[in-house]
Design a protein around this ligand. Structure first.
Ligand code: ZN
Ligand code: ZN
Length: 285
């Protein structure tokens, strides 16, 4: 089973990615949650061009990616899970959860350290929130997070199948929870016990820094719940809340060339430890 997954890795990844992407696009057209402010053609072309660029860059920069490091760890016997004997299913589940926790902590870090926030805020500068927002990451953030992921896979000694399943699941959940789809409140409530829903992640794309710096999870909602970063709903409601960050609000900022230079522009305000806009009582302007 594991070998079969690995042999068909490229086809598997690509078909889940395209299937979920197109599925969510159609769902967004059929049952949208919010009216989009920006013409789709501007955002979609630039967001999709960016993901193509990110993918190519990643392949050219790293000789091996996360699954490859998992193979290496298994062959050479390094990393935690290759040193302790655990039943396969337990190691698999623990591996998936630990990798997800690492991604959550990395996301918190990218909000807390001003230099990293400069890279990550490009994800937040999208002026609408839909499935293509989930693909919008600065190439330097993509490279840095791959480096971190490789280190985690090596340290934990995760099996290649664990890594592959995790990456496919994370990719699918990130597309799902960035989608502009309408789910009934009761479905959202139940789903949110196990999965980050679009309404939960939309809070993270609010222009209000208290909301931007919350709901860091990309797949399960448990880390936010356990570690105190959970905000259930946006203060202004999903229809009236503003998407994006204060800094880049012109439609021209959605162009690929402008996105790429955003890390260099202006102050690194709005990150999780920034108190410049905060009053003594903890409120903001
Ligand atoms: Zn973020
Ligand atoms: Zn996001």
């Amino acid at each position: 089973m594991g070998d079969m997954l690995l042999t068909h890795e490229p086809v598997l990844r690509l078909s889940v990615f395209l299937g979920v992407l197109v599925g969510m696009m159609l769902w967004e057209l059929a049952a949208p949650r919010r009216r989009l402010e920006i013409p789709r053609v501007l955002r979609w072309t630039n967001n999709l061009a960016l993901v193509a660029m990110d993918t190519a860059l990643l392949r050219l920069t790293f000789p091996v990616l996360a699954v490859g490091v998992g193979v290496l760890a298994q062959d050479k016997g390094f990393g935690l899970f290759n040193m302790v004997e655990l039943p396969g299913a337990l190691a698999f589940c623990a591996g998936i959860l630990l990798l997800d926790l690492a991604i959550y902590l990395q996301h918190v870090l990218f909000h807390a350290v001003p230099a990293l926030w400069r890279l990550h805020r490009m994800h937040h500068a999208d002026l609408d929130f839909d499935v293509t927002t989930g693909l919008r990451f600065h190439p330097l953030e993509i490279l840095l997070s791959m480096g971190i992921k490789l280190a985690v896979v090596a340290a934990l000694g995760l099996s290649p199948v664990t890594v592959l399943v995790f990456e496919i699941l994370l990719n699918a959940t990130a597309l799902f929870n960035h989608s502009n789809i309408r789910l009934s409140p009761s479905v959202d409530r139940w789903l949110r016990l196990v999965l980050v829903t679009p309404d939960m992640h939309r809070v993270h794309h609010s222009v209000d820094p208290r909301e931007t710096n919350s709901n860091y999870g990309f797949s399960v909602p448990w880390w936010d719940r356990l570690l105190g970063t959970y905000v259930a709903q946006p203060a202004l409601g999903h229809e009236s809340m503003q998407i994006g960050i204060e800094q880049f609000r012109e439609p021209a900022d959605l162009r690929l060339d402008r996105m790429l230079i955003q890390p260099l522009i202006g102050p690194a305000s709005g990150h999780a430890l920034d108190v410049s806009g905060e009053h003594r009582d903890g409120s903001r302007d």
